[in-house]
Design a protein around this ligand. Structure first.
Ligand code: URA
Length: 448
């Protein structure tokens, strides 16, 4: 296969044949296509897109690059959720144990940080001892025992996505509907699911900010899922501000633990419950929406969800004591409060600037091999639309040292815009299914 001519072909806007995608993905996974050629091809896809058959071929090739979780003879329904990526998005950490505590199995395969967004695996690994590189046999045994495993792509599962994801992260090739769709669905379809719920982010901090294109992304993934026997539903949720208050790995685990104890921020809990309701309904584990919501709330109120999270942590080698004592998590060397530089109304809390601020603090990757510092990040206590007085404490920086603090304060100064007016946009705007798109305006009860 002549890779340069495939790159030129795509660059000029022509489709690549299904068998060439299959071969290319197999060869890239085997290390026979260099990263520089794959990067050029990915960039051509970002600009030129993929035809429907190309997307199907790419997704199948990525899925077939590895093995799948097999559940022959398994008694429980299996469901998962995946987010297209955001800042402060720690929903998976709460949702997986909550849904598992409702008696539905959750084989949750997640990714690492990508671009300015954080990744569930990196967050989980901030828990001392926690392993996410489970084998498929171990994952299945753990799901049988405690109803949930939270794992990454080992070499067994969609290894093509594992490599491509890391490459896209550092080559400016994340923001593409077909590449995001193939990446997410190749992982999810390897999980042997009976249903999948997608959290498709919109707004300035999302990879696909425009709501109409976010709906296109949702519909593309739903099409891939349904065509491969996995009923799929998507909610469009706001990512024009960070979700919750904590942004950064350990800080987000701590906030997720608070959520599992019934003390989570309203917006985080509302998105978590809304996605959880869809998960339970999709696999017939609740009779209607109120019933699904009640079950999820009970899982938190009774402590069963927190208990399940503790069991997941323990099963994956982590220190279970963290559920009662988040101080076990890596702690920042220097912490400083950020105060409103003027009075007024918060008009923006820009997620991309927050995400890039975390990167500068050392909490993200600039090169594939970078190690992240799990302790750094921000806690931001204001949302767009909030009124503040000059000097009010509105955020905190968690850094390695004083130089980090200075950089973090500067990042907050750029990210939090205070003006004369501001508005909190609705939190959950649309529900997308194979049948179409339902607007959900008015569902954001949590907006303060
Ligand atoms: N999440 C993924 O798994 N892949 C992407 O490309 C973007 C978000």
């Amino acid at each position: 296969m002549l890779i340069p001519s495939l790159i030129q072909h795509k660059r000029d806007g022509n489709p690549i044949a299904a068998e060439d995608w299959a071969r290319l993905v197999a060869d890239y996974t085997a290390g026979e296509v260099p990263d520089y050629q794959m990067s050029a091809l990915l960039m051509a896809v970002v600009f030129r897109g993929l035809a429907r058959q190309e997307l199907a071929a790419l997704t199948d090739a990525m899925l077939d690059s590895g093995d799948r979780l097999r559940f022959d003879g398994f008694p429980l329904p299996r469901v998962d959720k995946h987010s297209t990526g955001g800042v402060g998005d720690k929903v998976s950490l709460l949702l997986a144990p909550m849904v598992a505590a409702c008696g539905v199995a959750v084989p949750m395969m997640s990714g690492r940080g990508l671009g300015h967004t954080g990744g569930t695996l990196d967050k989980l690994e901030s828990i001392p001892g926690m392993r996410t590189g489970l084998s498929l046999t171990d994952a299945r045994a753990q799901i049988e025992r405690i109803g949930c495993a939270m794992l990454g792509q080992t070499p067994e599962i969609a290894p093509a996505d594992r490599k491509l994801y890391a490459l896209r992260d550092v080559t400016g090739t994340v923001e593409s509907i077909p590449l995001i769709s193939a990446s997410i669905m190749s992982k999810k379809l390897a999980e042997g699911l009976n249903g999948l719920v997608l959290d498709v982010k919109t707004g300035s901090g999302a990879f696909i900010p425009d709501p109409a294109r976010a709906i296109e992304l949702a519909s593309t993934m739903i099409g891939l899922g349904e065509a491969r026997g996995c009923p799929t539903v998507a909610l469009l949720t706001a990512m024009d501000r960070p979700l919750g208050r904590a942004c950064g790995h350990s800080l987000e685990v701590e906030e997720a633990l608070a959520g599992l104890q019934g003390r989570g921020p309203d917006d985080l809990m509302e998105v978590t419950y809304a996605l959880g309701v869809e998960m339970l309904l999709l696999v017939g584990a609740a009779k209607d929406r109120p019933d699904a919501r009640r079950r999820l709330e009970e899982s938190v109120a009774t402590g069963r969800a927190l208990e399940t999270f503790g069991s997941i942590i323990e099963a994956q080698g982590g220190n279970r004591a963290v559920v009662d004592d988040p101080a076990i998590l890596p702690q920042a060397g220097a912490v400083e409060v950020y105060r409103a530089p003027r009075g007024g109304v918060v008009s923006a809390v820009e997620p991309r600037r927050i995400g890039r601020g975390i990167l500068k603090l050392g909490g993200g990757r600039v090169r594939i091999e970078d190690r992240i510092d799990p302790a750094v990040g921000f806690v931001i206590t204001v949302k767009p639309g909030d009124t503040v007085r000059s000097g009010d404490p509105i955020a905190s920086v968690f850094a390695r040292d004083d130089a980090g603090v200075a950089g973090g304060l500067a990042a907050l100064g750029e990210a939090i815009v205070i003006g004369d007016e501001g508005r909190l946009t609705p939190l959950i705007t649309h529900r997308v299914t194979a049948r179409g798109v339902e607007p959900m305006a008015g569902t954001d009860r949590a907006c303060p």
